[in-house]
Design a protein around this ligand. Structure first.
Ligand SMILES: *Cc1c(COP(=O)(O)O)cnc(C)c1O
Length: 384
């Protein structure tokens, strides 16, 4: 046994993303009890920060204990009943997972698909809703392909039929324009290790009154005890005194609070704009090295740049050299894009000029290319 420190890495893959020093320091604050009134104050700050980040007034806003996938479990186990007709957008791996999860919950899943690398036309989702539905679920930021899913008109289509609109915003939260209440989203989940730059382990979650009314109207408790929001909320929102449900991951909650302060200090809209600029800068630099963005204009997800790898390049070997010789992590393609694409994170602290310069220099070096033009393109886009 030994307890050596792990190597230093620059995390520019699909997540986890770089964790700032302040956030790591927050993790190391002294652990206190989950029923301590001092912790209750911290929970209150976290809930307030999450509401601002989701751009929602939902009282039921909290971090679910577990990674982003736990948020998906919480969403489905609380708001989807067996036999519900659920329209599910599928345009990548995370849409596939959602469809799988819905089917496991006994839903009648209506898949509306688009090819990997494209957004789903909202008209097709609205069309599917016309035949009746209890809920619609879409992945707002498809991390497997680097595509952002428009939500226009979906809330209206759902409300007309008294159905819930729910989204996965694991990768898009705080890195891509998204205002939940304005978009009419009834429930959403995210993760901490993408644009929030917190280690994995919490799933920011929010639910509005329509979703909570559906939960309250249930005739039998949902199949998950751990994720049962009616129980979890009695601890998190503390109406009438907080009741113990499960021990909160105390130190991760400290870290999330620190990260939410960083988001607050920058400002949500400024943060979205920075992610766009960082995305376009890296896209320009990598384009000069032969890596082309997959998402068409107007469909790109700022926090995740998915690119094709130039013909003749052994992408797996190149990723290995970046990681082992330069300490830089980027992610490979998934599903039909495996072996042909890379997924590069543009997330929070990673959406900055310096880490991008490091990646572009190392990549040019490995390809035996002169980095001058690519770096100039990067700098130019950052100055614009
Ligand atoms: C990362 C991710 C998830 C899963 O989150 P985990 O933290 O790995 O459980 C779900 N959806 C999307 C869009 C993601 O990017």
């Amino acid at each position: 046994m030994n307890a050596d420190a792990p190597p230093e890495r620059l995390l520019l893959g699909s997540g986890p993303s770089p964790v700032p020093r302040e956030v790591l320091d927050a993790l190391a604050l002294p652990t206190i009890g989950h029923m301590d009134p001092a912790f209750a104050e911290i929970m209150e700050e976290v809930a307030t920060g999450l509401r601002a980040t989701f751009a929602t007034a939902n009282r039921a806003t909290l971090p679910i204990s577990g990674t982003g996938s736990a948020g998906m479990d919480a969403l489905v186990s609380n708001f989807v009943d067996p036999g519900d007709r659920v329209v599910c957008g599928v345009h990548g791996l995370f849409g596939e997972r959602m469809a799988d999860q819905l089917a496991r919950a006994g839903a009648d899943v209506v898949r509306v698909e688009a090819e990997w690398g494209r957004a789903i036309e909202v008209e097709r989702l609205i069309e599917a809703a016309r035949e009746g539905l209890d809920a619609m679920v879409v992945v707002h930021g498809e991390t497997s392909t680097g595509v952002a899913q428009p939500l226009d008109g979906l809330a209206e289509a759902c409300r007309e039929r008294d159905a819930l609109l729910m989204i996965d915003c694991v990768t898009s939260l705080s890195g891509h324009p998204l205002a939940l209440d304005e978009a009419g989203v009834d429930a959403a989940f995210s993760g901490t290790q993408k644009c929030l730059n917190v280690p994995p382990g919490l799933a920011p979650f929010t639910a509005g009154e329509r979703a909570l009314a559906k939960l309250a109207a249930r005739s039998a408790p949902g199949r998950s005890w751990y994720f049962d929001l009616s129980l979890v909320l009695s601890y998190w929102t503390g109406d009438g005194g907080r009741a113990y449900h499960h021990t909160a991951p105390i130190n991760l909650v400290y870290a999330l609070r620190e990260a939410l302060c960083i988001v607050h200090d920058e400002g949500l809209e400024a943060r979205w704009a920075r992610h766009e600029r960082a995305h376009e800068a890296l896209r320009a630099a990598l384009g000069g090295l032969g890596f082309e963005r997959i998402a068409p204009e107007g469909e790109a997800l700022w926090p995740l740049l998915a690119v094709t790898v130039p013909e003749g390049v052994d992408e797996a070997a190149l990723r290995r050299s970046l990681l082992l010789d330069h300490g830089i992590e980027v992610s490979g393609g998934l599903g039909p894009m495996a072996g042909r694409a890379w997924r590069i994170g543009v997330m929070g602290a990673g959406a900055r000029r310096q880490p991008q310069r490091r990646l572009v220099s190392a990549l040019a070096g490995e390809l035996g290319a002169d980095p001058t033009d690519a770096l100039a393109a990067l700098d130019e886009a950052w100055r614009a």
